[in-house]
Ligand binder design. Structure first.
Ligand code: ADP
Ligand code: SF4
Length: 690
């Protein structure tokens, strides 16, 4: 073991109330989109993090009573004793690898529409439910009996959590997602009794729950308190000074302070809009208020930065959600002096999209995330090769790079051929766009791994056509040749080309990324992609001085990026850069010097002067190589060619996460067992009928 002494501080144990964390790496609670639907998959995923060295591994929010549940989102539940085994499974997996298991008890209250239980939501003050959508549901104000009830339910849940084996049992007051946050906030708490008004009164219920929980389980379990320091709403909502005063009132009651920002999008700030350690100004100072350990997050991936925030006395433990998803073995790699092997989170928030789309968590950097049990994949291990047949991978984008490095680790002889003079494919280009520099880590980690694999040969500046592939004579060929943005406007709204007059100037994101800028001053960006590309293009064009108008048929810019919590920031940035946003409009015709737009509701047309149009609609797979090889099939056996598989964008364009996953899947499945018949190729957990 080659421990770098700079990082000693990260490896020191620390007491948290009655339990001891083995080091300073703390996986804070984070949602997974798996929850009560996929408890075994979840248990295995958390277990892999414990194996990777995290000292504490927490659940997502655990709804502790049926009067507060956030259907359709899939979290964990601890409503009665029957939920204990599901939660115990996760604790067991975490304990099996020597980590502490933490459980975040949650009562969403005014954030929970209760669509499943159909109970009337409870809140400090009866206000509309503040969920992610505008649900037509209001909460009712809690009376004293309701408060007594919730205290009793919380206590019962804490006892059940202990029975399930958990070592840390949270009192959760963060993110604007907990009823305790609402009690603390003047905005949500309009009460005139002893639970409203003054700071002491608004903190009262938090204090009572902290004491209740300590009395119930505090002899053997730590009781952390999770609180948001600031809501970043400029004068509205909780702000640091007031939150510090609140902490001061209960500073010594919890065993640990887990401090974050609200709302969730500020807390899990995408890298496009915020840097590593962005929360430090808000959490700095908490340690002066309490003798109890403090944990805070900040998408920390650099061990130097982590050690420095502890040394500076800002936190005692490094809280991570996303860095632990991208690299479940981050602590082990620090411990073993292998920091260059850390698979750094890129801050894309695709992991968050799992929760928002109610699908199992996935990660751009770590394709094994969520697949630990379903497919038996492991972030650090892959089974050895099962044949000596070499593999040719054509294209070194995310799909090709991942396939090459994973096949290389299996021990196959791999040749990776890339037509460009640099590796990375779309990632190499996109990471030069405004705000996307961190995305280059998708390439960087894989290139670093390839350097260590003598059995993988990499050739740049090597465009291969079908003849060249046949001549190369490799039995397995992976076509990972990517895709190109379409220039005809075909996408979601229009599935046939947008009528375009002769002489009109039409560009695509590929043009811009290849430094072909529009002629003239006025540019219209048509977004029928709805993820990040059109807004990034608009931002880039505005920065270069073009008078930019952004058109979308949706109600807002980059609407899918709500799922990555980037939407609000993207729209704000566009407005700040002077980009005009026209929602509910379609691009119906393109002519030289002008475009026709129509209202998606009325069809009414208007004309807009434009020197050029940038179309971000959809992409065409660059599958010429695969198609040409298919046409030459009769020559395969003479050339020693057995199989050609297109993967990633070359098969069907999607996210970078999809491409990395496709590369991994190819590598995992090569020479694997034959899929029998139409069998489902992954494990799933089925409900047991009562
Ligand atoms: P994905 O997201 O599926 O990995 P990318 O578009 O990021 O796809 O990467 C595809 C890569 O394949 C690009 O770097 C591109 O230059 C390369 N490529 C495309 N066609 C060929 C070819 N015929 N020979 C070698 N490299 C190719
Ligand atoms: Fe980081 Fe993106 Fe992976 Fe989430 S999906 S952990 S943000 S790399």
């Amino acid at each position: 073991m080659n421990v770098d002494s700079r990082f000693d501080i990260l490896l020191q144990p620390i007491e948290i109330g009655p339990v001891t964390a083995r080091n300073r790496f703390y996986q804070v609670p984070h949602c997974t989109g798996m929850g009560y639907r996929d408890p075994t998959a979840l248990a295995h995923m958390r277990g892999v993090k414990a194996e990777g060295g995290w000292a504490v591994v927490c659940t997502e929010q655990v709804e502790f009573h049926w009067t507060s549940e956030i259907t359709p989102f899939i979290e964990l539940r601890l409503w009665d004793d029957r939920d204990i085994p599901m939660l115990a499974r996760m604790a067991d997996h975490v304990h099996a690898h020597g980590a502490l298991a933490g459980l975040e008890l949650c009562y969403n209250g005014a954030h929970a529409p209760n669509f499943y239980s159909r109970e009337v939501p409870l809140a400090p003050t009866g206000l509309p439910v503040a969920s992610f959508s505008y649900e037509p549901v209001q909460a009712r104000s809690m009376d004293k009996q309701d408060i007594r009830n919730v205290r009793r339910w919380h206590r019962a849940a804490a006892l059940r959590a202990r029975q399930a084996g958990y070592d840390l049992i949270y009192v959760y007051a963060g993110h604007g997602l907990s009823f305790l946050h609402h009690f603390l906030s003047r905005e949500f708490n309009h009460r005139t009794d002893e639970y409203g008004g003054s700071l002491e009164n608004r903190v009262r219920l938090l204090k009572e729950l902290l004491i209740d929980t300590r009395e119930a389980v505090g002899d053997t379990c730590a009781v952390p308190c999770r609180l948001s320091m600031d809501e970043l709403r400029g004068g509205v909502g909780l702000e640091k000074a007031e939150t510090e005063d609140m902490i001061g009132l209960v500073a010594e009651i919890p065993d640990l302070w887990d401090v974050c920002l609200a709302s969730w999008e500020n807390d899990s700030m995408p890298s496009r809009f915020g840097e590593e350690g962005g929360q430090e100004p808000y959490i700095d100072g908490v340690k002066k208020l309490t003798t109890k350990p403090v944990v805070g997050v900040g998408r920390y991936t650099s061990p130097d930065r982590m050690a420095s925030v502890i040394r500076k006395g800002i936190v005692d433990l490094i809280g991570c959600a996303r860095p632990s998803i991208a690299d479940p073995f981050l602590p082990r790699k620090v411990e073993e002096g292998r920091v260059e092997d850390i698979r750094e989170c890129i801050g894309c928030n695709i992991c968050v999209s799992g929760d928002f789309t109610m699908s199992p968590i996935r990660c751009t950097q770590n394709p094994t995330m969520g697949e630990e049990w379903r497919r038996g994949w492991h972030p650090e291990r892959i089974r050895p090769k099962e044949s000596d047949k070499p593999v040719l991978v054509v294209g070194a984008g995310p799909a090709g790079l991942e396939a090459a490095q994973a096949l290389g680790k299996r021990g196959y002889e791999v040749t990776l051929a890339e037509q460009a003079t640099e590796l990375g494919g779309r990632v190499a280009k996109e990471c030069r766009l405004p705000g996307l520099a961190a995305w280059g880590r998708v390439r960087d980690w894989r290139v670093e791994q390839l350097h260590k694999l003598p059995n993988v040969s990499v050739y740049l500046d090597s465009r291969l056509d079908a003849e060249a592939v046949l001549e190369f004579g490799c039995p397995r060929v992976v076509v990972a040749t990517g895709s190109r943005w379409r220039g005809d406007g075909v996408g979601r709204h229009w599935t046939t080309p947008v009528p375009t007059g002769d002489g009109a100037q039409v560009l695509t994101p590929d043009d811009i990324m290849e430094d072909r800028l529009p002629q003239g001053r006025r540019v219209v960006v048509w977004d029928d992609d709805h993820y990040y590309m059109a807004s990034v293009m608009a931002e880039l064009l505005a920065e270069k001085g073009f008078d930019t108008t952004y058109i979308t048929p949706a109600s807002e810019a980059s609407t899918w990026s709500r799922n990555t919590m980037e939407q609000h920031f993207a729209q704000a940035r566009m407005l700040e850069k002077g980009i005009r946003i026209q929602a509910f409009r379609t691009l119906s015709r393109i002519a030289p010097g002008a475009v026709a737009l129509s209202c998606v509701h009325t069809g009414r047309e208007e004309e807009l002067e434009a020197d050029a149009v940038l179309l971000a609609t959809s992409r065409t797979p660059s599958d010429e190589l695969a198609t040409a090889l298919a046409r030459l099939r009769e020559r395969w056996s003479d050339a020693g060619l057995e199989a050609v598989d297109a993967i990633g964008d070359a098969l069907a364009p999607a996210t970078i996460a999809h491409a990395v996953y496709a590369g991994r899947r190819y590598a995992e499945e090569l020479d694997g067992p034959e899929v029998i018949g139409d069998a489902v190729p992954f494990k799933r957990e089925l409900a047991e009928l009562i």
